[in-house]
Design a protein around this ligand. Structure first.
Ligand SMILES: Nc1ncnc2c1ncn2[C@@H]1O[C@H](COP(=O)(O)OP(=O)(O)OP(=O)(O)O)[C@@H](O)[C@H]1O
Ligand SMILES: [Mg+2]
Length: 219
């Protein structure tokens, strides 16, 4: 009798492998969360980092927010509001569409997603640990979404080992922020790193935003 060599991988392992394709370092998480904030129509986005994003990445926006049902769906794999048919693939107007980012980030971190939809003063706080939804609670505040990503790669030590110094990871994030601040000059951006305010750009004319960004820590 021959012993099979081929095995079906566990869901947990599949999630971590898939996550590796979307999330390779803190900067890729910042990129995905900024894309989501822009797709949600935000015009005010705050990014909060600790240790070059290794211990905390938080992106707070004032976009559409999500209902509780949508938020619970959003953190699962292949769930998106941006496409639904094959034809939609030929007419994409959003930055994301794969329905992968939040699930991938959740698979390799401790994530909290707080979201309050339009015209409501209360919403939902989800706590997710390595894709497991640990807690759902009510939360107050103003419209928008805040995603915080703590202890990146806590459950994938091999990936954690490949991260560079805090300073280098921070530089990669600044590079991502530079592109977003230049492309979305009508959006206000704020950055905090290790409890220090690094910059605040108000909506501006494209040429004035360019001058501001290139004359700042982002250059
Ligand atoms: N900041 C946000 N504000 C409002 N809705 C959001 C926000 N972030 C995510 N969502 C919702 O959650 C869904 C899933 O987000 P996710 O980033 O995982 O996938 P996506 O943006 O659709 O595609 P991609 O994987 O290419 O980024 C989105 O389609 C959107 O409906
Ligand atoms: Mg996305």
């Amino acid at each position: 009798m021959t012993k099979n060599k081929i095995k079906i991988l566990s869901e947990d392992l599949c999630n971590k492998i898939a996550a590796g394709e979307v999330v390779d370092r803190p900067a890729s998480i910042v990129k995905e969360l900024l894309e989501n904030a822009i797709d949600a129509g935000s015009d005010e986005i705050t990014v909060i980092l600790k240790n070059g994003g290794k211990t905390l990445i938080q992106v707070v926006d004032n976009g559409t927010g999500m209902s509780r049902e949508d938020a619970i769906l959003a953190i699962q794999r292949h769930t998106t509001s941006k496409i639904s048919t094959y034809d939609d693939l030929h007419n994409i107007k959003t930055l994301g569409f794969r329905g992968e980012a939040l699930a991938s980030i959740a698979a390799v971190s401790r994530m909290e997603l707080k979201t309050i939809p339009h015209k409501q003063t209360s919403g939902t706080l989800l706590k997710i640990e390595g894709i497991v939804l640990e807690d759902i609670s009510d939360v107050g505040g103003t419209r928008g979404t805040s995603v915080s990503v703590k202890n990146l790669f806590y459950n994938t030590p091999a990936r954690r080992k490949f991260l560079k110094s805090d300073e280098t990871e921070y530089r990669y994030i600044l590079n991502v922020l530079q592109r977003f601040t230049l492309a979305y000059f009508q959006v206000s951006f704020m950055l905090y790193h290790n409890d220090q305010k690094i910059f605040e750009f108000k909506p501006n004319e494209p040429n004035l935003r360019l001058v501001e960004v290139l004359g700042s820590s982002l250059s």
